[in-house]
Design a protein around this ligand. Structure first.
Ligand SMILES: Cc1ncc(COP(=O)(O)O)c(C=O)c1O
Length: 437
């Protein structure tokens, strides 16, 4: 059966993958070079309209009978990434070579987001990065930090916890229907005591893109620190942290970048590095220590973000994340952005055609719309139709997200490039029969 993967006719191999022959068992013996060759074949050329997304989909193990519209929670991993992770685990087991930290992943990520590798630390998830940021700021009792009303637990809990422990004050503002409206709401929440603004680039609730560049400009003009929760943008939209001008940005590889689960990153601008406090340190945080000197001593904590990637880490996940970024770059960031936004706008337009039967929460403004659409069902005879539809969809092998957080009670649908126009049509049609049929 594994012979299927070694067939040199690339197209044929794709068909083998597509028919499910490329199972977990065959992943073990898959030749990474052949996977790469197949991948190069499919990423040849063309605008996002001409690109062969359907064939690319065969490089994902996701069962063909599953419609996965919840990439906002977790990205699905393609075979080349899985293979890279697996190879790396095997190599460690076979050679007993310890996975020393290198800055390969930081460098490739740095190229994508416009940061120096020294400004990037590798974490296990966004929440960890946000904790480093929150506890690293020099805040005292009564200092105010502004967040949105649309936070994910990972985006706000560190701040709420610090409010309890240190007496900082958390203020919130609502999101607007346009970028300008959002900025006005934020502006109104700023006071003389505001020390930091900590907002998502793209909130998990309704997926609108916040005007982070303007937010950071505003913060800087008032001497306020800017912290961005970047759980979603990497792999969905293109952005540059220097252009945004943020002080801190916490992201991950395991959502839109389709990297291995449990892999994240943290950007701290070089200007903020020295003044940022760090409490958890170990290997890679400082170059020297001596427990036999009197008194025992250590060298200075490094002024680079590798200090956050301390101790033994999961080397295979770093290798998988590197592969995921290569995969992303090969397909083409602008092509991906165009594709995911196109699918989301198609979905939004189909939902808007339902008129008053739904309440559209994601802005229709182009610059504010990414690849996630949030809405509520109205005028349905069903009780609790939003959670009801998400459960109904799941029983039909379609995975969506119900947003219960902050009492929002809405449905969120994520559209990644591996999704198809047909899947979106099926989703809207299922919604119509469920809620209004
Ligand atoms: C906006 C936002 N922030 C933070 C998080 C937490 O991310 P992680 O699970 O990687 O810690 C998520 C996860 O969905 C999120 O959507």
């Amino acid at each position: 059966m594994h012979v299927q993967i070694h067939i040199s006719m690339k197209r044929k191999s794709f068909l083998a993958l597509g028919t499910g022959l490329f199972t977990a068992a065959s992943l073990k013996s898959a030749n990474e070079k052949i996977l790469d060759a197949q991948f190069n074949d499919v990423t040849s050329a063309g605008s996002y309209q001409e690109f062969d997304w359907k064939t690319l989909r065969t490089l994902f193990p996701l069962n063909n009978d599953r419609i996965f519209l919840n990439n906002g929670t977790m990205g699905i991993t393609p075979y080349p990434v899985l293979k890279a992770v697996q190879n790396s685990f095997e190599k460690i087991a076979e050679t007993a070579e310890y996975p020393h930290h290198s800055d390969t992943l930081e460098k490739i990520l740095g190229e994508i987001i416009g940061a120096d590798a020294k400004e990037i630390g590798i974490t296990k998830n966004v929440s960890e990065g946000i904790n480093h940021i929150c506890w690293g700021l020099d805040l005292k009792r009564g200092d105010e930090v502004i967040l949105t009303e649309h936070e994910h637990v990972g985006g706000c809990l560190a701040w709420l916890h610090r409010a309890k422990i240190d007496g900082i004050v958390i203020k919130t503002f609502p999101l607007g229907k346009t970028a300008d409206e959002t900025l006005n709401h934020l502006n109104a929440a700023i006071t003389k005591k505001t020390r930091a603004i900590a907002v998502p680039h793209i909130p998990c609730t309704i997926g609108q893109i916040l005007p982070v560049k303007e937010i950071c400009d505003l913060a800087r003009s008032k001497n306020i620190i800017s912290c961005i929760d970047g759980a979603h943008p990497l792999g969905m939209i293109q952005f540059n942290v220097k252009d945004i001008g943020c002080d801190y940005y916490a992201g991950c590889f395991h959502k839109w970048a389709l990297g291995p689960i449990g892999s994240g990153w943290l950007y701290i601008s070089q200007q903020r590095m020295k003044e940022t406090k760090i409490f958890h340190v170990a290997a890679y945080s400082a170059n020297e220590f001596n427990m036999r000197s009197n008194p025992p001593s250590m060298g200075p904590i490094l002024d680079q973000a590798s200090r956050y990637s301390y101790g033994t880490f999961c080397g295979p996940l770093h290798i998988g994340a590197t592969k995921a970024l290569e995969f992303y770059q090969k397909i083409g960031p602008s092509r991906i952005e165009a594709r995911v936004k196109f699918l989301a706008s198609k979905l939004q337009n189909s939902l808007l055609e339902l008129g008053d039967k739904i309440e559209m929460l994601t802005p229709t403004e182009e610059r504010s719309r990414g690849a996630q659409i949030g809405f509520r069902i109205k005028q349905s005879k069903k009780d609790n139709p939003n959670i009801g539809f998400v459960n109904h969809a799941r029983s039909n092998q379609m995975i969506l997200r119900h947003v219960a957080e902050n009492g929002l009670d809405n449905i969120r649908i994520s559209t990644h490039y591996y999704n198809t126009e047909e899947e979106i049509e099926q989703c809207v049609s299922l919604l119509k029969t469920y809620a209004f049929g």
